[in-house]
Design a protein. Structure first.
Lengths: 228, 299
């Protein structure tokens, strides 16, 4: 599903955010990207949805080399992905339903069908009574669930989540993580960046470790004791 | 463009027009000023052109004859002139007829001519050209040939006025594009800045649309449509002001216009002129938006 070959990202003037990354993620996997702040987790995810260009190396997503894409190619790539961020990125002037439906409408789904899909997803994520609420009136956990619903509305093959629990309390963070596991159980590949090592122990999925831009560990390739 | 996107774009345009109403009104007003000046030049040019055509249709050539021309030679000369393919009619005006006509044109001041005699005026031929030849170039060509004929001492036609008016029409035509060009460039920048404000106001929405894979065209379309609406609104306003001004000049300043005897000949822009102003407005708005989008919107 995702392959990175010798990928590096250097920010000007000469700051290496990622160095020589080799990584392969198979279809249907759930992978945590773990590491301290500044390790390169966000940069890695940004390269995968082409918010950044790789300075070196090649990146393949779903069989397509995305290293060099024009604007049209980037839009096509993003339609195959579901993106979730720490700061939710919801539009405060739109209702929860409209926020979710927007993602479907921009890929050409009719207004009515978009709203129907958004309504079902919000209900599935436990926001049945909140679809008319605007984000500022929702709790952090509820906002993140709206953002997750938006990421899922176009039925993506791959979900990229960047610190999705970073702004949530422990209990809500745990609920949100379980939501990602549910998404994964439906067959969606999930790549989730987090600095929380406790999560890795509790959920026992594959984890890759970044430190100062280098991939320093991969639980899939290491021995049983390294597997968390 | 998918059909599902049409209501999407339409709703975003309405929302932006509502949220940034005064910004849009100001931009439309600026475009109206530019298009008013351009339309004014177009109106002047159009009317001068009609005037020129009108004058052209009245072109007559006056060939003054030698006093010593004998009658048989005169008949031969008239026959020769009539044989020109450009000539519709030839009228001989004798000294006496010319004198009477001159006295008549002097009106109450004809007493000034007392003591003078008809001999001071030469006999002449009044030559009317066929319709297709009533323009500067063919009239000049006929005049040149007439000057070469024996028995003709001088040839005159309203060449100078026609030439002056032609130069004026050409000047207005050039001024329209030169002034218009500068104003269009300035207006493009103003429209660009309005679009920049609209982009900033919807920055988050644009970012989210980009993140969920909205095509570039769909992100840009509402801004371009907004620009076109602003431009067409500005053009309509400019046409309205121009029309009111035209009515005012036609009714309030009749004497001034009467001097030039053109009051009944002036006319407002025709359908093509109106369509040109409206299209330029739409084009100006749309291109201003695209220009700004390319600067401020990146994937």
């Amino acid at each position: 599903m995702v392959q990175l070959f010798r990928v590096a990202k250097i920010y000007p003037p000469n700051y290496p955010a990622l160095k020589d990354i080799y990584l392969q993620i198979d279809k249907g996997e759930f992978v945590f990207v773990n590491g301290p702040s500044g390790a390169g987790k966000t940069t890695l995810l940004r390269l995968l949805f082409r918010a950044e260009d790789a300075s070196e190396g090649q990146i393949v997503v779903n069989g397509r080399n995305i290293t060099r894409l024009d604007g049209k190619g980037v839009a096509e790539l993003r339609r195959e992905l579901g993106l979730v961020f720490q700061e939710f990125k919801l539009l405060p002037t739109m209702t929860a339903l409209e926020n979710v439906a927007l993602a479907a409408q921009v890929v050409g789904v009719s207004r009515q069908e978009s709203k129907r899909k958004a309504f079902h997803l919000l209900r599935e994520l436990g926001l049945k009574d909140k679809h008319d609420a605007r984000p500022p009136t929702l709790s952090g956990g509820e906002q993140q669930r709206v953002a997750i619903a938006r990421a899922l509305v176009n039925e993506p093959m791959l979900v990229l989540a960047d610190e999705p629990t970073g702004n949530l309390d422990a209990e809500t963070a745990e609920e949100t993580m379980r939501l990602f596991l549910k998404i994964h159980e439906r067959g969606t590949t999930v790549l989730l960046a987090t600095h929380d090592t406790g999560v890795l122990k509790r959920f026992g999925c594959r984890a890759v470790f970044l430190q100062r831009g280098e991939l320093v560990g991969d639980s899939k390739q290491e021995s049983g004791e390294a597997r968390l | 463009m998918k059909l599902a996107w049409i209501p999407f774009v339409f709703l975003r345009v309405l929302k932006s027009l509502r949220d940034l109403l005064w910004t849009h009104v100001l931009t439309s007003g600026t475009m109206a000023m530019t298009l008013f000046i351009f339309g004014g030049f177009l109106l002047i040019q159009d009317n001068l052109h009609s005037l020129l055509k009108g004058w052209g249709s009245q072109i007559q050539i006056f060939a003054y004859l030698n006093n010593s021309l004998a009658s048989p030679d005169l008949q031969k000369l008239i026959a020769a002139v009539r044989s020109y393919p450009e000539v519709e009619s030839v009228r001989f005006v004798s000294r006496e007829q010319a004198w009477e006509s001159f006295k008549k044109s002097m009106g109450s001041q004809s007493s000034l001519l007392e003591g003078l005699q008809a001999e001071i005026l030469p006999p002449s031929l009044e030559i009317v050209l066929k319709m297709p030849y009533r323009e500067r170039a063919p009239a000049g060509d006929v005049a040149k040939r007439l000057r070469g004929l024996a028995g003709i001492s001088q040839v005159e036609y309203p060449e100078e006025w026609v030439e002056r008016l032609s130069v004026l029409v050409l000047g207005v035509q050039w001024a329209k594009w030169i002034f218009g060009g500068f104003l269009f460039a300035a207006t493009l920048l103003i429209v660009g800045n309005t679009v920049k404000l609209a982009i900033l106001a919807r920055k988050d929405e644009i970012e989210i649309m980009q993140l969920v894979g909205a095509p570039q065209g769909l992100i840009q379309a509402p801004f371009v449509v907004e620009g076109m609406i602003q431009g067409i609104a500005g053009a309509s306003l400019s046409l309205l002001v121009l029309w009111l001004l035209f009515l005012f000049l036609g009714t309030e300043l009749p004497n001034f216009l009467g001097i030039f005897a053109v009051r009944d000949q002036i006319h407002f822009l025709d359908v093509e002129g109106v369509a040109l102003i409206l299209s330029l407005g739409g084009l100006l708005g749309a291109s201003g938006s695209l220009f700004s989008l390319r600067r401020f919107l990146k994937v």
